[in-house]
Design a protein around this ligand. Structure first.
Ligand code: FMN
Length: 430
């Protein structure tokens, strides 16, 4: 069976602007409805979670000004996805809700308190997607001239996570007595300071709210560099990875599982979900025609891909020669994503940017044949599931929730029924 999730890759933003099926974006773009519709449909379809991306910057790495990003509504505007979490929680009963939190600019106490609060409000269906934030401009919004060095960010994140975990453990089970007759709500002997004083953080504790149903909200992570893998293998319950080739995806999975075992963790306690897109239609031929049509649009709008590369790497791709082979890009920003997006040795930048490829698995066909392709790919990798990264429109949601998901269920790849449990229990059910 597969674990399935949906990646809201632009976060709480504008989706499918100018694309067909985008709805009344002029009226709706700040409304929560698209996320509620997405979550309800996927809840019904048997998905494990939705993941809300986030960033804390006005992007300007493409062309050196925010102009392209603002004009195209790409990665900006962006509102705080945490505010959507309780709304989605109220609209659904089973699906998990994962929202992005950055370790580099958030005090551990603030994050631990928010995580506990949202875990209560969602009945234990909340998760943090932990990022170190890769963009220089984010750092400059939080008092730094330049961002911390890439691997140092993960060293900080490691200690940050330890502090947050200690805060979530600062209330023992049974600390809330709620004994109105006896006159005790909480038992002071079961609530403890953490007195953390480390290399980067100092925090006294205890947390001033009892932990939620999961105690520790699910921890999701998506950094694929060696330092990112080190972090993920210590802390993550679920990992998101971008590969377009099953062998490379398997190598990644084997590496994470070996690292987890080395940390004394059971490798089955972390589910790795691979990014995929699904181009669906009634028949394989129609789907292929649709993919070809998308390909023409991607080639005509190749600046979009250049801007994405600039966003992930912090390098200005508008300055590079479009018709020269693309050199290897080194970056202090998002290393694994940059590598996936710029892959294509010997090809020119124009060729790479014009390619209709998401950087993850791009499946094309009828719902049944995409389900078969997913099964074959997951078997080759060894597990655990996929993260749909189709651009968000209600049309795309219906295709996946009402077309692909039933096809997966017919092959026995989605659970027949999903009881209401915590997100962690759900991830560990198989
Ligand atoms: C599926 C996916 C989702 C991601 N979501 C976010 C996000 O919401 N915010 C963010 O700052 N980075 C995001 N990233 C980037 C990574 O979390 C990570 O910060 C970045 O890749 C740098 O880590 P690395 O150098 O270890 O790869 C995402 C990456 C992937 C593959």
């Amino acid at each position: 069976m597969l674990h399935m999730a949906w990646f809201v890759g632009q976060g709480y933003s504008v989706h499918g602007w100018q694309a067909p099926w985008s709805g009344r974006i002029d009226l709706e773009w700040m409304r929560p409805d698209i996320y509620l519709d997405l979550a309800r449909a996927l809840d019904r379809a048997g998905f494990d979670y939705i993941m809300l991306e986030d960033g804390l910057l006005m992007p300007d790495s493409y062309g050196g000004t925010p102009e392209w990003f603002l004009k195209n509504a790409w990665m900006v505007p962006k509102a705080d996805p945490m505010a959507l979490v309780p709304l989605i929680g109220q609209a659904t009963t089973r699906i998990g809700i994962v929202a992005t939190m950055t370790t580099s600019f958030t005090p551990p106490f603030t994050a631990a308190r928010l995580g506990a609060t949202l875990d209560h409000l969602t009945d234990g269906r909340f998760g943090f997607n932990i990022v170190t934030a890769h963009n220089e401009r984010s750092a400059q919004n939080f008092g730094l001239d330049e961002h911390y060095e890439h691997d140092l960010r993960y060293e900080m994140a490691d200690e940050w996570m330890d502090v947050v975990d200690a805060l979530w453990s600062s209330w023992e089970d049974g600390a809330i007595v709620a004994d109105a007759d006896g006159g005790t709500f909480a038992d002071v002997t079961k609530v403890h300071p953490i007195d953390h004083a480390g290399r980067f953080y100092k925090c006294r504790g205890p947390l001033n709210v009892a932990p939620g149903p999961q105690r520790r909200p699910v921890i999701c992570q998506a950094g694929g560099s060696p330092a990112g893998r080190g972090f993920a293998s210590r802390h993550a319950d679920t990992i998101l990875a971008r590969y377009r080739d099953a062998d490379a995806a398997k190598t990644f999975r084997d590496d994470i599982r070996a690292r987890m075992a080395a940390h004394g963790r059971d490798p089955d306690d972390c589910k790795i979900l691979y990014l995929m897109t699904a181009t669906l239609a009634e028949t394989d031929d129609l789907a292929r025609a649709r993919f070809a049509h998308q390909g023409e649009e991607v080639a005509a709008n190749f600046e979009h891909k250049l801007a994405f590369m600039s966003y992930a790497s912090g390098k200005d791709f508008s300055k590079l020669d479009l018709d020269a082979p693309l050199p290897e890009i080194r970056t202090n920003a998002a290393q694994a994503s940059t590598k996936a997006l710029t892959a294509g040795s010997g090809k020119t930048l124009r060729e790479i940017a014009s390619e209709n490829a998401s950087g993850g698995f791009d499946f094309v066909g009828s719902p049944d044949s995409v389900a078969a392709q997913m099964e074959e790919t997951a078997r080759a990798i060894g597990g655990d599931g996929f993260l749909i990264s189709n651009p968000l429109t209600r049309h795309a949601v219906a295709e996946v929730a009402d077309g692909l998901a039933p096809a997966l269920a017919r092959r026995g790849l989605l659970p027949a029924a999903t009881p209401a449990t915590t997100l962690r229990q759900r991830l560990r059910a198989f």
